[in-house]
Each structure stands twice: as structure tokens, then as C-alpha cells.
Ligand binder design. Structure first.
Ligand code: MEV
Length: 321
């Protein structure tokens, strides 16, 4: 990606960047094909990155920690972080300088909470901070999305935007706008403890769509319709119908074959404890479940029930514009 205009850079110092986890309320997978989706940042779950200039002759080091411990030193995640470094230094025109990169996350990777986009975005920001470079939010998102291509192939852009702190947002055909919920809503997010690869899930859906364009295309259209109606409900404060749309979306995601038995168990548990709606969130094949609760008491009760059913971790989030 080319930078417009001249940028005068001084000597780098240690830089810091921060992003957040995200949750997709509705519209994952169909958003990749231009249908609407709604997602938001979870500001209680941070991703932090530090970029320290390497001295001459030093081998730049890369390390990543999430709340479960160090991530493996190879594979998609590290490929994405390396790409984040590469595209950002190219953009700044300072490719001769190496950096030691460290990330630390309050939330687990591979659970549909946007860990890879959050890590790439935090690294991009840490490097820009290391040079005190003032860069537009738009360019930061573009750099993050370029790094995300390593991890996710063809990301819709929803993860990069919401992990940067924007939201709730509605994304459709690449166009993003802020959504303003009316009234209070609570989200209960529960980790199945099963890691699911978003890349694998997205590629699987693409394969099924290519094999059956009409049938799978109809599922996509219907997911898009459910998401559009859900967003209108949220903006009008109609929480019960919003929950119904989430339940419908879960059936459609199951039909797209991105579900998982452990997710199903938590979805059922949330519904039988009073959730207005419950579904997977993110790429699926494991990962996290998201339930809508009418108030804080319901959210706490649902959270307790999910823990008793084996959820590894539960987070409650109050949904506000
Ligand atoms: C992943 O968090 C969400 C997906 O819709 C992929 C994307 O939007 O790029 C599955």
C-alpha cells in the first residue's frame, strides 16, 4: 500500500499499540459476500503490542501471549504479525530497521473474538507510534486488513474495524456506519474452549457455495435478511424480535456447516435460561457463543448456567452506542 505525501520520520523509540476483542452480533459469513452484519468492540478485553527497535546485528524477535499462555512460534498467527510489520514498515518507507515485537492479549486466540485482526492492528499501531507517525484511521485499517489476508484470505473488514474500537457498526458491501441501539441490551459471550479456524470455516463455506450456488446462495440471502431486520430491531429497541433473528441466524449458520456440538450445547443452555436469542459468533467450528439477555440479572443467570455447562470463560457486555 502506497502512502500519500511526504512523511519525515525521526529515530524510532519503543512504540505501543492497543486494540480490543470484537463480537459479531449477526451476519458473519454472509458479510463476506456483501450482506449486512453487525459487530462491536468488547472494551474490557484488550490486545496490546510493543515494538522495540532492534540494534544493529540483533535478530528481531516476535512473541505473542494470550490469556492461555504463549502462542506457538509459527503458523498463521505469526505469519499475520510478520505481514503487519512488513506492510507498516513499507508504508513508512523504513524497511532497513528491525523491531522486536511482543503482543499480550486478555482473550484467547481462535475463538471468534477477532484475536488475529486485533493483534495485527495493535502491531501496526505500535510501529506507527515508534516513529510518532500521524496516520489516518482509514490507512491503519487498510494496513491491518492487508496483514489479515495472511490469516483469513479475504476478510470482510468487519474484524479490523471493530477490533480498532469502532462500533457497534453495520457493514454492508464494504460500507460501514455506526449503529445506535435503543434501550439497554446485554450480551453474554461464552468460550467453548474449542479452537476453530476462521480461515478453514470461510474456505469451507466458499467451497459449498461454489458446489451449490443456488441452495447455499439462498442461505446467504436469508442470513443477510435476518441481519438487516436484527439491526433495525436494535435501533428501534425491539429486543425480543432481535433475539428471534439471532436464533434464525444460528439455524442458517448450522446449515452452512460452521457449527459445533459444544456450541450447540451452550446455545441450548442459554435459551433455556431465558436468553432472548443465542448463536455462535465469529467464524464458528468451535469458538464462542453469544446470547442476548433482557437485563443484567438475566445475563448473570445465563452466565452462571453456561459455566456450569462447561464454558471455559464467560464475559457479560452491556450494549450501548
Ligand atoms: C470472522 O470473524 C467473520 C467472518 O464473517 C469472516 C469475515 O467477515 O471476514 C466469518
Amino acid at each position: 500500500m502506497e502512502r500519500e505525501g511526504e512523511m519525515v520520520l525521526g529515530l524510532p523509540h519503543e512504540g505501543y499499540g492497543r486494540t480490543w476483542a470484537k463480537a459479531i452480533l449477526i451476519g458473519e459469513h454472509s458479510v463476506v459476500y456483501g450482506h449486512p452484519a453487525l459487530a462491536l468492540p468488547l472494551h474490557s478485553l484488550r490486545m496490546q503490542a510493543w515494538a522495540a527497535p532492534a540494534t544493529e546485528g540483533e535478530e528481531p524477535q516476535l512473541s505473542a501471549l494470550d490469556y492461555e499462555g504463549p502462542l506457538a512460534g509459527s503458523g498463521e498467527r505469526f505469519g499475520g504479525l510478520r505481514r503487519a510489520v512488513e506492510v507498516t514498515l513499507n508504508y513508512l518507507g523504513t524497511t532497513g530497521q528491525g523491531f522486536h515485537i511482543r503482543t499480550e492479549s486478555d482473550f484467547p486466540a481462535g475463538r471468534g473474538l477477532g484475536s488475529s485482526a486485533a493483534a495485527s492492528g495493535a502491531v501496526v499501531r505500535a510501529l506507527l507510534d515508534a516513529y510518532d507517525a500521524a496516520v489516518s484511521d482509514e490507512d491503519i485499517l487498510r494496513l491491518t486488513n492487508q496483514a489479515e489476508q495472511v490469516t483469513h484470505g479475504h476478510p470482510s473488514g468487519l474484524d479490523a474495524a471493530t477490533t480498532s474500537g469502532q462500533g457497534p457498526v453495520r457493514l454492508e458491501q464494504g460500507a460501514m456506519r455506526t449503529v445506535r441501539p435503543r434501550g439497554a441490551a446485554y450480551l453474554v459471550i461464552a468460550d467453548t474452549g474449542v479452537a476453530g479456524s476462521t480461515k478453514e470455516a470461510v474456505e469451507g463455506v466458499r467451497g459449498r457455495l461454489e458446489a451449490d450456488p443456488d441452495g447455499v446462495g439462498r442461505l446467504m440471502d436469508e442470513l443477510g435478511n435476518q441481519a438487516a431486520a436484527a439491526i433495525a430491531d436494535l435501533e428501534a429497541g425491539r429486543m425480543e424480535p432481535l433475539g428471534d433473528h439471532m436464533n434464525q441466524a444460528q439455524e442458517l449458520l448450522d446449515a452452512l456447516q460452521v457449527g459445533h456440538p459444544t456450541l450447540d450445547k451452550l446455545v441450548q443452555e442459554a435459551r433455556s435460561n431465558g436468553a432472548l436469542g443465542a448463536k455462535l459468533t465469529g467464524g464458528g467450528l468451535g469458538g464462542c457463543m453469544l446470547a442476548l439477555a433482557a437485563d443484567g440479572d438475566d445475563a448473570d443467570r445465563i452466565g452462571q448456567a453456561l459455566k456450569a455447562q462447561g464454558a471455559q470463560q464467560v464475559w457479560v457486555h452491556r450494549l450501548v452506542a
